[in-house]
Design a binder for this molecule. Sequence first.
Ligand SMILES: Nc1ncnc2c1ncn2[C@@H]1O[C@H](COP(=O)(O)OP(=O)(O)OP(=O)(O)O)[C@@H](O)[C@H]1O
Ligand SMILES: [Mg+2]
Length: 441
Amino acid sequence: MERVHGKWIKEMENFTLRKSGIEAFGDIPWGTHFCQFYETKEDLIDILVPYFAAGLGNNEFCIWVTSQPLDTEEAWVALKEAVPDLEQYVEKGQIEILPYTDWYLLGGKFDSDRVLHLWGEKEKRALAQGFEGLRASGNTIWLERSFWKSFVDYEAKINELIGEHRMIALCTYSLAKCTSNDVVEVIRNHQSTLVRKGKSWFPVGKLREAERLATIGETAALVGHDLRNPLQAIVGSLYLVKRSLNSIFSPENLKQKYSLEELLQTIEKQVDYMNKIVSDLEDYARPPIPQLVETSLSQLINDTLSAITVPEKVKVSIEIEQGFPRLMVDPLMMRRVLANLVTNALQAMPEGGRLTIRASKNEDAALISVEDTGAGIPEENLCKMFQPLFTTKSKGQGLGLPACKQLVEAHGGSIKFESKVGRGSTFTVKIPLKRANNLEK
Ligand SMILES: Nc1ncnc2c1ncn2[C@@H]1O[C@H](COP(=O)(O)OP(=O)(O)OP(=O)(O)O)[C@@H](O)[C@H]1O
Ligand SMILES: [Mg+2]
């Protein structure tokens, strides 16, 4: 046990929690958005230097957007003191320190959509370059009153979106420039706020959502990891038992053999289900790395459907657009995505209906949708679909869709859905088209 848990803790450190570098926070998960109220240049150095030093040590891509009273040059000098081998990180392209004019005010004015887009692009690039995510900080002292309202909206949007990204953001606000109203707005738009009392920094407000997600991640990694080995042992033993059945039974006691085979089939089905749970837990806990292979979608669909029992009351149609290309995907991962979506669709049609799997492409992406004519999704649940552990089923885990999202995003893709209560739902996976341009056979 000791050994297994030691390994688990290491896995958790690698995959779920990140060292914040800030004593008051300790380890934090991706998706943390917090802020600091500062008074002096030293306050900024106090927090931002260890924050970025930890990010560099964590193999994260770091962007530090500076403003007075700590300009870009001073930031480099302060960081260099804490990170003697800073040059190596610079050579690797792991850190950028730039003034606010080159980030928030590109083009001369603040445009929240453009800045949000820029963060997203930086995160994508960071991941593509093999960094584990993006660690950012921006100073807001340049904010004129005229930009304040749109900046507050921008912060609210970041707060809403960041949970879905491998991004950590620390915004710094000059206490001297904020009215008491501003302070309230800033606190409200961040998961936690750092304030200084004497020489020490204290967090105001807990990283509640972040903590919740981290706990789920920890549980997921623990359960997933610890169940994987015994499950594999069961699968292996089942195979051996099935093989030896033939040699044990003679033609006289065939009936017993058949009933034993039936029992084994039941065990196998349940083990398959447990395997799904373990894989979902593992995928949720750590971002998967796809092994891209040129893959035929119709083959994928056939493999997926052959492993699922489709009730007779459900009619299945598969509509793959002519000229649909072979995909560069990880076939096992995509099978898991399809299996989760198809299973959800079937579970939404207990009285039967139609399951349609469609595939088409546009200029740069393949679109694969799984459509059902089932119950649909009530409005109040729409925003919870990809939340881990959200389920409306007595036997559900609520991990199918979060795992699908992880798997699809690991391919650089995205997943969306549309639904009408009483009419049905359509989940559409978008996978960017790369290299593989051969046509589907
Ligand atoms: N096609 C669908 N039609 C209607 N509701 C759906 C559909 N797909 C998902 N849902 C809703 O979303 C919830 C979350 O789905 P998700 O696949 O993540 O978990 P689950 O199916 O409940 O459990 P499991 O972990 O076994 O997949 C479901 O419980 C269900 O309420
Ligand atoms: Mg499901």
